[in-house]
Design a protein around this ligand. Structure first.
Ligand code: M6R
Length: 364
């Protein structure tokens, strides 16, 4: 049931404050400001590497998770697209663990990667939305996303719930590996517990997004840029645009711009930059200047501080609430999803059932 929404995707975007809150309640002890004791398939203090594999949007959630695990828990993460991992014959250390991410829990390549790790004797955890799925059953332990059924082919709420779990697990790993102080971990948990409230605020930029989507619906190519955790988000934004609006889009690390994609910039090419005002904001501003100098059109998704500091001529901004840096990817996923959604609505494509795509890819 779509309720009073036009599409499942729209409904699922709007459900995010609620389902993120639901998911987090499973992992966080809001009252104590800590992480709940969970049954774990492996011990973060006893491993020296974590292998993550998944496909599509779930892979991009894992890529953001890598930044968090490495930054806060000093735990190196190898991440791969499952279709590559399964044939790559990656040597697995007995001190490692594997984590799989899948909304459906049935994706063929992700399942094959899981079985590869299993045969190497590595302990397996999985972040899944469908609890009685094959991937869930074959794992040593599961981390459920409590997103509820996701019907739209384009993944939205499952993604932000996967991110919420990655964030909670990274804090847990940091505590167990003693890489953060008690004060720091309490600060991270506090930030994370605010994610549902900030997600509600993020939904309020929808009108602005609709204006910009009307222009995006006229173009054939879009470049998405971001740094650090906004880099996987840039790829997610590009994936979403391709999937439902059929506009050719590419997501790049902002720092890679001058290593190739800058050659594409002209007056026709919108460049969407995801850049909250954080410790590397100034680096991204210099990339925007490079785009502006070549006549490129910039659409900047930022907060009020970022907008004030990046005053370039002709730039369009989408102004987000000011959020703690740790949770920014969870919150900035929302305008990125809404941009793809509204662009597709303007173009009149079949948003929930885009051409050539299946919700669950059970063949390789
Ligand atoms: O069910 P899974 O999470 O394993 O699916 C993985 C991908 O097929 C999926 O995320 C796909 O990329 C979505 N259509 C993205 O919106």
């Amino acid at each position: 049931d779509k309720g009073n929404h036009r599409h499942f995707m729209e409904k699922e975007i709007h459900e995010q404050p609620e389902v993120i809150s639901h998911t987090l309640a499973h992992y966080l002890d809001f009252a104590q400001g800590g992480i709940r004791e969970l049954e774990m398939p492996f011990d973060f203090a006893a491993i020296d590497r974590l292998s993550v594999s998944a496909c599509g949007t779930a892979y991009l959630a894992g890529l953001i998770g890598k930044y968090w695990f490495e930054r806060y828990a000093r735990l190196p993460v190898d991440i791969d697209i499952a279709s590559e991992f399964r044939y790559r014959e990656m040597p697995l250390s007995p001190m490692s663990a594997a984590l799989f991410v899948s909304q459906s829990g049935e994706t063929a390549d992700t399942l094959a990667s899981l079985r590869y790790c299993k045969s190497a004797g590595v302990p397996i955890g999985s972040i899944v939305n469908v609890r009685d799925s094959t991937i869930a059953r074959e794992s040593d332990g599961i981390f459920p996303t409590l997103a509820g059924p996701e019907i739209g082919v384009a993944s939205t709420k499952a993604f932000t719930c996967q991110l919420s779990i990655f964030a909670a697990l990274a804090v847990r790993a940091a505590i167990e590996r003693k890489t953060v102080s008690a004060e720091e971990s309490a600060r991270l948990v506090r930030a994370l517990s605010e994610a549902p409230r900030f997600a509600s605020l993020a939904l309020k930029v929808e009108e602005r997004i609709e204006e910009i989507a009307r222009e995006l619906a006229q173009v054939h190519h879009v470049l998405y840029l971001g740094r650090d955790t906004n880099y996987p988000l840039a790829m997610e934004g590009a994936l979403k645009l391709k999937e439902i609006s059929y506009i050719h889009a590419e997501g790049y690390a902002a720092g890679e711009l001058k290593h190739g994609p800058i050659a594409l910039i002209d007056k026709q090419m919108p460049v969407i930059v995801i850049a909250p005002h954080d410790r590397i904001f100034d680096k991204t501003v210099s990339n925007m200047q490079e785009v502006a100098a070549r006549g490129g059109r910039i659409i900047l998704i930022t907060d009020s501080e970022g907008a004030a500091r990046a005053s370039l001529d002709g730039i369009q901004t989408i102004i987000m609430p000011t959020v703690p840096e740790f949770i920014a990817p969870i919150i900035y996923a929302i305008p990125v999803q809404m941009l793809a959604y509204h662009t597709a609505v303007v173009m009149g494509t079949d948003v929930d059932q885009p051409r050539n795509l299946a919700k669950s890819v059970t063949v390789e």
